[in-house]
Ligand binder design. Structure first.
Ligand SMILES: *[C@@H]1O[C@H](CO)[C@@H](O)[C@H](O)[C@H]1NC(C)=O
Ligand SMILES: *[C@@H]1O[C@H](CO)[C@@H](O)[C@H](O)[C@H]1NC(C)=O
Ligand SMILES: *[C@@H]1O[C@H](CO)[C@@H](O)[C@H](O)[C@H]1NC(C)=O
Length: 451
């Protein structure tokens, strides 16, 4: 009896205590693995992500998702150094082909275009649509949201998405502090005269910081402000966009006045050579050592001869709007980088500037400033029409600037200055949107919207 008993019991005890548990463990692990894989590669999952990325940001993601149209930003446009921070749900297995390919397209600059995680459910009709569109078209799937579906829905900020969502009639961030990071040759002398006169009438502090060659040196400006800050205050300086928060300064309402880059470039070109009415002996730094022949060269000849000065002009139009961040450096022949700088400038324009007017629409720009920042600009149009302001505007005209032929304008706009032109077109669209959102009805103004 005892022998039989031992014989029956021992193997059973052995089995249940060791092997059986191991087998159970293996089965559990295997089913988890299979389950996770099946789950991850469920067709709707990948499809939806791809589809949504395409919808959200066609220019950025187009290329990576195999779209036909050429993408605006491509992998090469993103400096290898930039670290990508895409919010990822913790439980996603490492095998994520869609995510991994899409990820490098997000320009993760520490300050701009940070992808914002926006948990958002896909509308149920949309899921239903996708089911109906399946080949055959007979089976009807019922869209059921999986409660365990990982949330990797995120939003990427592009100039386009920001433009579409922008509240055009928002109030200025600061009613008592404005900063005009003036561009050279864009009527800034006239604007200085305007602000000076207005500061007396409207009782605010006006400071024009003149520190040549420091347009990318934030600390020069920061120290000037720290020593003289007395709101309500308006400050002007030739300066690339600056992050005031970074230096623990109050955020000002940032404004600017720009002009058509073709005229801007022509003006700079001749200004360098011929000076201006007030200083006819002036020569720009680059022109001081030029031969007589080069000094006499017209812009047309310069473009024809494909001189680097005109083929890849060293102008800082995009940097002024974008800032002195590495990514904003557009003065290079690397067009991928230049395109990224342009995108950054557009985003900056929408997020950080309040009003960017144009010299071409100076009266409309001033009217908009008067309406939105009356503390500073009340009565600006009257002052603008005063004789002495008009005289200043006249006296800073560049000397001997021949009229540019239509053909040359087009050539510059479509070749050497095409990125600057795109920014200018964008600025005009934004200005128009703002102007009309405050109830003004412009006549004779037909903006060509980019989006
Ligand atoms: C400005 O700087 C602050 C502090 O460094 C930072 O938190 C913020 O994101 C910056 N803003 C922009 C628009 O770059
Ligand atoms: C012009 O040439 C002189 C002498 O050749 C030189 O000292 C000076 O630095 C040059 N100026 C510029 C702006 O290149
Ligand atoms: C400024 O120049 C314009 C065109 O050249 C001229 O019509 C106008 O009278 C000038 N204004 C003053 C104040 O000099």
């Amino acid at each position: 009896m005892a022998r039989i008993k031992r014989h029956r019991v021992v193997p059973l005890r052995y089995s249940s205590s060791r092997d059986w548990n191991d087998v159970k463990l293996v089965v559990v692990i295997l089913s988890l693995l299979i389950g996770a894989n099946l789950y991850y590669f469920k067709p709707y999952n990948g499809w939806n992500l791809t589809k949504r990325l395409e919808n959200l940001t066609p220019p950025v993601f187009g290329r990576f998702l195999g779209a036909e149209k050429p993408s605006v930003l491509s992998a090469a446009a993103i400096p290898a150094k930039t670290v990508l921070e895409i919010p990822q749900p913790p439980d996603i297995p490492k095998v994520a082909p869609v995510m991994q390919e899409a990820a490098p397209a997000v320009p993760a600059v520490d300050q701009v275009a940070t992808p914002v995680a926006a948990p958002q459910e896909l509308p149920a009709e949309k899921a239903a649509e996708s089911a109906e569109a399946s080949p055959g078209g007979q089976r009807q799937y019922v869209a059921v949201e999986d409660p365990n579906k990982p949330q990797f829905d995120f939003k990427v900020e592009t100039a386009e998405t920001l433009f579409k969502e922008k509240d055009w009639s928002e109030p200025p961030v600061n009613q008592r502090f404005i900063f005009h990071n003036k561009m050279p040759k864009c009527g800034s002398t006239m604007f200085q005269k305007l602000l000076h006169k207005l500061s007396i009438v409207n009782k605010f502090t006006f400071m024009d910081v003149y520190e040549p060659g420091t347009r990318d040196q934030d600390l020069v400006l920061v120290n000037k402000i720290r020593g003289n800050f007395k709101p309500p205050m308006a400050i002007m300086k030739h300066h690339f966009w600056m992050n005031f928060t970074k230096y623990h300064l109050k955020t000002p309402t940032v404004i600017n006045i720009v002009r058509n880059p073709v005229d801007w470039f022509a003006s700079e070109y001749y200004f360098c050579r011929n000076g201006w009415e007030r200083k006819p002996d002036y020569k720009g730094k680059e022109c001081q050592n030029m031969s007589e022949h080069d000094l006499k060269m017209t812009l047309e000849e310069c473009v024809r001869a494909k001189r680097p000065e005109c083929k890849t002009p060293n102008i800082e139009y995009i940097e002024f709007i974008c800032g002195n961040h590495e990514i904003c450096k557009a003065n290079q022949q690397n067009y991928q980088k230049k395109r990224l700088a342009l995108e950054m400038a557009k985003i900056r324009l929408l997020k950080e500037y309040y009003i960017v007017g144009t010299l071409e629409k100076i009266e409309e720009s001033l009217r908009l400033l008067e309406h939105t920042l009356p503390q500073f600009f009340s009565g600006v149009l009257g002052v603008f029409r005063e004789q002495d302001v008009q005289e200043v505007a006249n006296s800073t005209r560049t000397l001997e600037k021949p009229q540019l032929s239509q053909h040359l304008r087009q050539e510059l706009a479509m070749d050497s200055l095409r990125y600057e032109m795109e920014l200018f077109a964008f600025i005009q669209s934004v200005l128009y949107k703002k102007y009309t959102s405050f109830g003004f009805h412009p006549e004779d103004w037909d903006p060509k919207f980019l989006f």
